[in-house]
Design a protein around this ligand. Structure first.
Ligand SMILES: Cc1cc2nc3c(=O)[nH]c(=O)nc-3n(C[C@H](O)[C@H](O)[C@H](O)COP(=O)(O)OP(=O)(O)OC[C@H]3O[C@@H](n4cnc5c(N)ncnc54)[C@H](O)[C@@H]3O)c2cc1C
Length: 293
């Protein structure tokens, strides 16, 4: 389908973008890389008469450190995450999500903000960012607010973001000692495949290898990236090893709410969740012990 009758606005500032979104509401959509939005407009998933591009707002690009946290600008691309020494040194689990995401052309165009704000249930970055305790900053002319990422999603392609709010950055606290995280996705092909199921996990261990904190987030098997809270609770106080991981695997599977579709059945996805939970927990354990890059 050809795109017709859309007015394209290139904002130079956040204020301009937010005001245009307000002025043309509800018939306006923000655009970052456009890799999801343009597909959705062309296939008719959404109709809109105004597109407000954020691409000229340079302040939304790149990574910076402030007060013990990493700030990722919303327009940062997956390729830029891959090229960041901070990500390699402090947040290697993010590389698990970026490594096989789409294809190089998409990794150069797509943005972290778009991956989150689009709220597609199979998006690769939300689950790992949730277990890393990320929050997002939402900006509008009337003010700025910080929302924990785990509270941001409300349904497929639906979030708590108001129409004229712009997701400006993602904040990630630096991990404490003996902390490890990992992301284990499964798609029908190694690259450029939408995840059928995915599990992100993080562990904080004490000196004796006992789990003091655990987070598990399921991707592509629920309407939103879903924290598997019973599985998380089952891990705390246990030795980080196969007995504890086996119990978590069962609890995580029970927490999933998969659907059957053209890519796989709900039963197949449920089985995957168990396997991926074990994989993610084992990699998180190795990273917490300093043994896996
Ligand atoms: C061939 C192909 C392969 C893909 N493979 C993968 C994959 O393997 N894994 C994966 O996770 N995704 C994949 N995607 C989906 C897509 O590339 C990502 O979700 C991407 O990160 C979206 O970012 P974007 O900047 O292009 O978003 P856009 O398309 O610009 O926007 C997406 C949505 O977010 C909103 N939005 C964007 N930025 C902001 C902001 N700063 N504030 C508020 N709202 C905003 C837009 O209004 C829109 O609703 C693929 C897409 C294609 C076309």
């Amino acid at each position: 389908m050809l795109l017709t009758d859309i007015e394209f606005h290139e904002a130079n500032t956040l204020k301009e973008a937010s005001e245009w979104m307000g002025q043309y509401a509800p018939n306006a959509r923000l655009m970052a890389g456009g890799t999801d939005l343009l597909v959705d407009l062309k296939t008719g998933r959404y109709g809109t008469s105004h597109v407000v591009s954020l691409n000229r707002i340079a302040a939304l690009r790149g990574l910076a450190t402030t007060n013990g946290s990493l700030r990722i600008g919303a327009l940062t691309t997956p390729s830029q995450l891959w090229a960041s020494t901070t990500i390699w040194e402090r947040f290697p689990a993010i590389l698990d999500a970026v490594r096989d995401m789409a294809v190089p052309q998409i990794r150069n165009m797509a943005t972290v903000g778009g991956n989150i704000a689009g709220a597609v249930p199979s998006g690769d970055l939300p689950p790992i960012l949730v277990v890393l305790n990320a929050s997002v900053i939402l900006w509008s002319s009337s003010g700025e607010r910080e929302v924990p990422l785990e509270d941001f999603f409300v349904g497929p392609r639906q979030t708590v973001r108001k129409h004229e709010e712009i997701l400006t950055e993602i904040r990630l606290p630096y991990p404490p000692p003996r902390f490890g995280a990992a992301y284990a996705p499964f798609a029908l092909r190694e690259a450029n495949g939408c995840a059928l199921a995915a599990v992100a996990a993080s562990l904080r261990l004490d000196e004796k290898g006992i789990i003091r904190d655990a987070r598990i987030c399921l991707g592509a098997v629920a309407p939103i990236p879903k924290l598997a809270k019973t599985a998380m609770a089952a891990l705390v106080g246990k030795v980080a090893g196969s007995a504890a991981f086996h119990q978590a695997e069962e609890e995580a599977t029970k927490s999933s709410q998969p659907i059957s579709d053209i890519r796989g059945s709900a039963d197949y996805r449920r089985k995957l969740i168990g396997i991926l939970t074990r994989r993610a927990l084992e990699s998180a354990r190795q990273r917490a012990l300093g043994g896996l890059q």
